[in-house]
Ligand binder design. Sequence first.
Ligand code: ADP
Ligand code: MG
Length: 585
Amino acid sequence: MAGRYGNGGQGRRHGGGGGRGGGRRPEPEPIRGVRDDARLSSELLRMDGDSYGRYKSLKGDWDFGDFTLTVQHAQSDPFAPPSRVRVLVHDAGIPKSAWADPVRRRATADYLGRRARRLLRGSLLKIDTGGQEVIERSSCQVTEGGGIDLRIGIDLPGRGRRIDGRTAERELCATLPDLVDDLDWEEIDTAEAEAFADSVADTVALRAQLEERGLVAFVADGAILPRRSGVSDEPMTGGAVPFESPEPLRVSVDLPHRGTVTGMGVPEGITLIVGGGFHGKSTLLHALERGVYDHIPGDGRELVVSRGDAVKIRAEEGRRVERTDVSPFVRGLPTGADTGDFRTENASGSTSQAANICEAVEAGSRTLLVDEDSTATNLMIRDERMQALVHGDREPLVPFIDIVRPLHREHRVSTVLVMGGSGDYFDVADQVIMLDAYHPHDVTERARALARERADADFTPPRHRIVDPASVNPTTARGRSKIKRRDMDVLVFGDHDIDVRSVEQFVDPGQITGAGLALRELVRGGHLDGARTLAEALDSLERALARDGVTRLGGDFGGDYALPRRYEIAAVLNRLRALRVAELR
Ligand code: ADP
Ligand code: MG
């Protein structure tokens, strides 16, 4: 046991490591001897009124019999970020049927995490849980053998800079054991927990069927797509029009738990969503964006499912681009820059959107989701009169409409596009869905009657990039590793702020932190090794995460995080202003 709690008794003074000003007091020794729940209780009561820093002596493991409490980090003052504890419940009685399969295990963990959050309401203990999506996260894991591994934050209580030992004792020695009891399989509504896992398993089974059926997405009849408000992702209550599939696109699917379900299948190829303003186009597309994730029962989108590789594309003026091959869209810039190897600190609306498409394809996406509301018009269309005025040789942009067909025909990349403002895309669409007062209609035939002949442009897939791993570094100038999220806007990675506001398929704050940790892991785990292409490095990381789970990303990291997709990991990397690409292939 000696040395287990660090420090090894040498009153270490910590050179560097950055205390504010000088004069940082040495950390108190961890409490020695018997470390069980009775001892923790008596120590906390004895600490009452002591100086706040003594909380640090709690660090390390405490044996509660049926679980182990580990104090991983104790905050140094009451205003610092919360302290962190881990609770490892050896056996919570969770049956094998709820954890042997990885999908059910993720669902069971999610269910228990949400239950823990409800049980902890009003306490100082806080657990990170998801919103409407069921995403693997560090805060609650079901272990092999039916135990639970919880990572919890706690604001250790103080009166000024003195320890409030009584309250701390209540939280750690009463609330926490009660929580563990209440998470036991004997105590929970197992029918509800099983239904939760069944629902997630159905979603996963549905997504697995899409490819063989030639679909990129499925929207079940009866699904509720609209949300409560622009700032709430919960289902609209009252007045929501349930989804009803249009006849020609109606398909039925067989699911392991729900049985046969009907809905709209969105086929591969080019799908156009049209309709008047405010008729529900963006709401449908938004549901497809989120359909790459599984939703909790009651969300309304449990059976709105997209292929896991679907990426939302948008314009993003001002972003940096590092040696991306945007030549399919941009040829001959006024600066004479090589657009096959394009770099800018400040992309325009059109070049940023071109880079976003090329990078998504580079990362492996074969499904693009595009909404006119957030695109650069000049990258989407160019009408005849504009062509007559600005001749081909003066216009570096090849509009998406000229590429969308070769993208699919030659490279199997499908597009779902919302476009209410221009009929040009009738010329290239394989199917056209019109939303009329939230009801979808198949208007492919009518649109085809209005379509014109159109010549396509050539499309050569963008070249692959090999990243210099040294440029992906979370260490600050002061020598500390720093990965931190600011709201849903910024990921701080070392000395760099990465703007993630336009990465729209981040649905959970924990995924942003997870993407930062994934960048670190790409390098630390040797996936990004200076020889593999970015896509190969992502393949390699994905395999490691599938094998070891999301906590592979954490290691010594003291915070909550959730699993990001490879497309969001790539998106974060592409927005890192320090990124250097060594080679194109
Ligand atoms: P569009 O993109 O066609 O302009 P939106 O998708 O933005 O339209 O939807 C407009 C409004 O209608 C939003 O407030 C949205 O919440 C609401 N809405 C969308 N779909 C439905 C529906 N099925 N039932 C009720 N309201 C809906
Ligand atoms: Mg819209």
